[in-house]
Write a protein that binds this ligand. Sequence first.
Ligand code: HH2
Length: 266
Amino acid sequence: MIPIVERFPRPSVMGVVNVTPDSFSDGGAHLDPDVAAGAARRMVEEGAAIVDVGGESTRPGSAGVSAEEELRRVVPVLDRLGGEIPVSIDTSKAVVARAALERGAILVNDVTALRGDPELAGVVAEAGAYLCLMHMRGEPRTMQEEPRYQDVASEVASFLEQRLAFAVGEGIPEERICLDPGIGFGKTVAHNLELVRRLDVLLALGRPVLVGFSRKSSLQKLTGSDDLLAASVAAAVAAFERGATILRVHDVRPTVDALTVAGAIA
Ligand code: HH2
C-alpha cells in the first residue's frame, strides 16, 4: 500500500453511503443493497476518491447495533461492488472490518480510534489497510450532554496523538493513518467551528486530516436551514483551505466542483 498522502492527494473527497435506517441525514435512503451500491458507484463517477460504507449510525443518542446486523447491512453492498471502486468501511468492529477488507475495502474508518474493539488494530495491521482515527468525547448515546473543553483544539490533538502512537505500537505504519477531529462527536457548534479554524493544531501532528462536516446539525443551527447542501460545501471548502486533505461528504459532485475551484485558486 502506498502512503495515504500519495493515495489521497489534497483535496480528496470521501462519499458517504450509510446503509442504516436511522443515520443522521441519509438514514433509510440506502437500505436496499442495490440502491446503496448504485449510489457508491455514482459517487465515484462524480469524483469521489473513496466511498465510506457504514452499517451503524453514530448520530447523537444512538445506541449501536450488533455485529450480525452490521454485517447483514454492509456485506451485500460490498459484494455488489466487488472491489471495483475504492471503499472505506465505517465500523468499530473487527469482524465487520475483516469482512469488508476481504471484499476489497482499503480503509478502516473507526470513530472510536481503536478504543471500541481490541481486535480491530490487528485486523487493520494484518490487512495492510489505511486507517482513520477520529476523536469522540464519550459515546454516541451521551456525547452531546454538555460537552466541555479547556482548549478544544489542543485536547483533540493530544487525544489523536496518543491514539496514533497506540496504532503504530499495534503494528499499523504511521504512513497509512489519517486523523479526524470528529466534528459533532461531543462538541458544541462553537467547538466544531474552532476545530476547523485551528486545524493547524491537528496538522502539527504530521498526518493528513479528514474532516466530516457534511449535513451535521451545527450547520442547521448556524443557518436555520433544512437544506444543508450549500452549508456543507462551504464547510468542506473552509476545512480544505485550513489544510484538510480528505473531505467526508454526502453530496459529492457539488463538493468536488467547489474544491476544484478552491484548489485552483490556492
Ligand atoms: N461522521 C459520521 C460518521 N462517521 N467518520 C469520520 N471519520 N468522520 C466523521 O465526521 C464521521 C464519521 C456521522 O455522520 P453520518 O455518516 O452522516 O451519520 P450517521 O453516523 O448517523 O450514520
